[in-house]
Design a protein around this ligand. Structure first.
Ligand SMILES: [Zn+2]
Length: 138
């Protein structure tokens, strides 16, 4: 048999817990659905470079200088070293999209972790509080 206090607590949880948990589940499913639609991902960054050459009288050394470029370069860390690769303008656009996808992926995973932690707080047994009455155990 439940005491009055226990019965009230149980009813309260039955009423409140599923709605909060359902809200977390809905938010989590929405993130998972967005994840499922996410395109290819890439680390690193795309940089645009303008360069000068060594040819005497070239426009890149004129006044004002008109440097060569734009040149697109994809750079990322591989085993602690920066590795770069030249890209065409079209490839640079593609990789900027993939890099943005990777950032979104990380945001989604972080949000999923937060929601999961909040759901865990609802589902785990409460940590026993030092303020809980102990009189009954004496
Ligand atoms: Zn030049």
């Amino acid at each position: 048999m439940l005491t009055d206090t226990q019965a009230r607590t149980t009813n309260h949880e039955a009423r409140v817990m599923p709605t909060r948990l359902e809200r977390y589940e809905r938010a989590y499913r929405a993130l998972a659905a967005e994840l499922a639609e996410l395109g290819f991902i890439s680390q690193g960054s795309v940089v645009v470079r303008y360069t000068t050459c060594g040819k005497a009288g070239c426009r890149c050394q004129g006044d004002p200088p008109r440097r060569h470029g734009p040149y697109y370069q994809w750079s990322r860390a591989v085993a602690g070293k920066t590795v770069s690769r030249r890209l065409s303008e079209g490839e640079a656009k593609l990789y900027r999209g993939w890099i943005a996808n990777r950032r979104r992926l990380e945001e989604i995973v972080a949000e999923m972790e937060q929601i999961s932690a909040a759901a865990g707080e609802l589902l785990l047994r409460p940590v026993s509080s030092p303020k809980a009455p102990r009189a009954a155990k004496r």
